[in-house]
Each structure stands twice: as C-alpha cells, then as structure tokens.
Design a protein around this ligand. Structure first.
Ligand code: EZ4
Ligand code: CO
Length: 412
C-alpha cells in the first residue's frame, strides 16, 4: 500500500480550511486536517513544498515510522506549523488504515470506551438577556454542557461573543463565536482585566439562578490574566461550580499554573495552542491542570495526542479536545474517534460548521441528546467533495488582537 499521490486542498466555504488528501496505489484515499487559523498558507507551503515530496512512494501502513521520520528528519522540531502539517499526514494515514481494514478508526485505537461523547457548545451574549437566550437555544439543540461568555460593561468587543455582523455572508447561520474575520487586517479589540474580573462572577451567579445547579458550565479566559489575577478569578468562581476554567494565563509559562493551583479548586483546562507533549510535561506531572485542550489537528495528529492523553491518564487528567469551527470536519472526526477510544475522555468542544462546509465535507458523525459519535464508516468517515471545495477559494482572514486603554498590545 504505497502513497501514490498527495494533494493539499485549500477551501473557504464558510471559513478557511486546509486539507491533505493522500491516495495509495490501490486507490484508497485518506484525509488530514491542517487548518491553522489565520496562518493557513504557512502550513500549505510546509506541506506542499517540504512534506508532499517525501511522502510519495512511502508505505502508507507505516504511521508511526512516518511520524518519527517527519518529526526528526526536519531537525527543526515542534511549533504549530510543523505539528499541524505532521498531524494532517498522521490523520490521513489513520483514515487509510481504517479503510484498508474495513473499520472505523476508533476500532483500531482499541474500540469504544463509551457510547458517545459528551459535548459542549458556546453560548454568548453582550447582555445577560442575550446570554440566557443563547443558553436556551443551545439546550434546544441538545447541548448538555455549555460554555458561557459575555460582554463586559465598558468594553466594546470581547472574545467569545457571537458577532452576527461578522458572518452576514453565512446566510442566516449563526456561528456562536467565530473570531477570525475576513479582511486584510486583524480587528482591534479592547481589554480591561479589572472590569472583567468584577463582572464575570455576577454573570455566573445570574446563570446559576436562572438555570439551576445541574447544568455543566465552562468559561474561557483566553490567556489574558496574570497568575495572581487567574487565582482571583478561579476563587471568585468557586461558588458556581464550573466544569472548567480555560486558558487562565498565557500558556507558554507552565510554572505559572502552580500559583493558580495553590489558590483555587476550580478545575483548569489548558492547551489549545500547545503542539507537543513537551508543552504539557510539567503541568501534567505536577497535576496543575484537569483537562488537556489540544486538538488532534494542532498536536501532531492522533498518534501524538494519544501519547499526551495516555500520559495525562496517569495523573487522572482528562481530555477536553479543542473543537471550534477552525477545526475542520476531518479534524473533528479524528477527535471523535480518539475520544471514543481512550479511557480518560472528559468532554468534547463542538460548534456546528456552516451549511456550505457540510456540503464540501460529507460526514458520518451523529449528534444525539448532547452526545457525539463518529459513526461506523471505515476510516475517519469524512469525504471531501473536490467540485464543491473548488467553488470557494482561500480568503484572507485574521484573528483579532487586543489593546489596553493606554494603547498597549495585550494577550488576545
Ligand atoms: O480562539 O479557535 O476555546 N476556544 C477558543 C477558540 C480560539 C480559536 C482560535 O483559532 O479559544 O475560539
Ligand atoms: Co479556548
């Protein structure tokens, strides 16, 4: 089973996606997601110029060997571009192996450890009323766990709030928060940590009063706090029993989590911008987090993220794989197969893709009563319609950035 062809497909149905498609000499195809939001074309070049030529003629069965070859032979290790490119190859090879075996990928990973994957969605609103409506509409769509983000009085725009204006082009589809905006320059947002820290606990109090104590609630602080501010937030949210508090500090300083942990029992999730096990080494060993946020797409694929999660399992740390709209249907499928198979699954983030995206990518997953299942098609269960994808060329889009009131650039 020799890799005969490798194509990098860029498409922008509702947003940009980068997909690697491998074809073997016996005609099997495999797909891998390589989408890196706002920096898509860097991964396209990495794949097309430096990886595709190395794949032709290789044995498609040798997933681990190919992973090690791409990681070690590059010499320049880690980083989001490299690891997204390797992830795409890894996913595509698992897809092919599943098709060759006639089994869904989760069977090859050890079989199902559960019936379905609890998933959470993104409720948001500028005001409490808008937020309540959004929570209710998520419950109507079947969600049994909900991330809560709101506007902060005094701030114009803020991470996590659905902006219908941004995606008018989507013909009625409401993305509950799509941060990357199409255009030549990134949008500028404003930020005030003290106002945020005062406001957030009042929101969670209102939500608990309205929706009761049962509903699992999550919140994302999006790397904006210092360790002591993060500790304060964790402490002030303790009465509201969060499922998790995400990305309280910029993720690159692992030690910072020690201070946060000393002060609060609010469960912590981190890692959506991590890309290897090395980023997690200390925080897993010291049990500084409760959930691993990595996406299969950004962490070297199924093979590498499984190693991270097996390591985490020894410390009772669970998965909470990243699943915003910038993870393509292929990356989401990979997450679902992995999540179904591992023992230490925690929760899966799940935002719906737009209607055009669902036409470009034919998918086999199911969504019932708040639970996802990848389906039982051989491989990952996703096919790419090249005629459809060809209709939507790449559109420049950037994630926004933040400035404080005095003009200083701040973590977004
Ligand atoms: O900002 O996916 O938890 N989810 C998030 C996302 C990220 C985007 C970045 O591409 O923080 O909304
Ligand atoms: Co996040």
């Amino acid at each position: 089973m020799i890799i005969d062809r490798a194509e990098v497909v860029v498409t922008s149905p509702d947003r940009n996606f980068v997909t690697l498609k491998l074809t073997t000499d016996d005609g099997l195809t495999g797909l891998g997601d390589a989408t890196l939001n706002g920096r898509e074309m860097a991964v396209v070049a990495y794949l097309a110029d430096h990886v595709v030529p190395l794949l032709i003629g290789r044995d498609a069965h040798r997933i681990e060997d190919t992973w090690q070859f791409l990681y070690r032979s590059a010499y320049w290790r880690r980083g989001p571009v490299t690891m997204a490119a390797i992830a795409a190859v890894d996913m595509a090879l698992w897809d092919i192996k599943g098709k060759a075996a006639g089994m869904p990928v989760y069977q090859l990973l050890g079989g199902a450890s559960r019936n379905g994957l609890l998933a959470y969605g993104h409720a948001s609103g500028k005001t409490t009323d808008e937020l309540f409506d959004s929570i209710r509409s998520h419950q109507e769509q079947g969600y049994r766990a909900i991330r809560v983000q709101t506007g902060v009085p005094g701030l114009k725009s803020i991470y996590g709030i659905a902006s219908n204006a941004t995606y008018e082009a989507m013909e009625g589809v409401r993305y509950d928060h799509e941060p990357a905006q199409r255009g030549a320059l990134p949008a500028e947002e404003d930020w005030d940590t003290r106002a945020y820290l005062r406001h957030v606990p009042t929101v969670f109090e209102a939500v608990r009063n309205e929706f009761g104590s049962e509903l699992p609630l999550l919140h994302d602080a999006h790397h904006r706090l210092t360790p002591i501010q993060a500790a304060q937030l964790g402490k002030s949210l303790e009465p509201y029993d969060l499922f998790w508090l995400e990305d309280v500090t910029p993720a690159e300083n692992q030690e910072a989590l020690r201070l946060v942990r000393q002060h609060t029992t609010t469960p912590l999730a981190i890692g959506e911008i991590f890309n290897t096990v090395w980023d997690y080494q200390q925080i897993i060993r010291e049990q500084l987090i409760d959930y691993v946020r990595s996406a299969v797409t950004h962490t070297g694929g199924i093979s590498h993220l499984k190693k991270v999660l097996d390591y985490a399992a020894q410390y009772q740390i669970k998965s909470g794989m990243h699943g915003p709209t910038d993870i393509s249907p292929v990356g989401m499928a990979a997450a679902m197969h992995l999540g179904l198979a591992i023992h230490n699954f925690g929760i899966q983030e799940y935002m719906r893709h737009g209607a055009k995206t669902d036409q470009v990518f034919q998918q086999s997953f199911t969504w019932e009563n708040g639970f996802l299942h990848p389906g039982n098609n051989p491989g990952l269960g996703v096919e790419l319609d090249l005629d459809e994808s060809g209709k939507y060329p790449y559109v420049q889009a950037y994630l926004p950035f933040n400035r404080l009131a005095d003009g200083t650039v701040h973590d977004w």
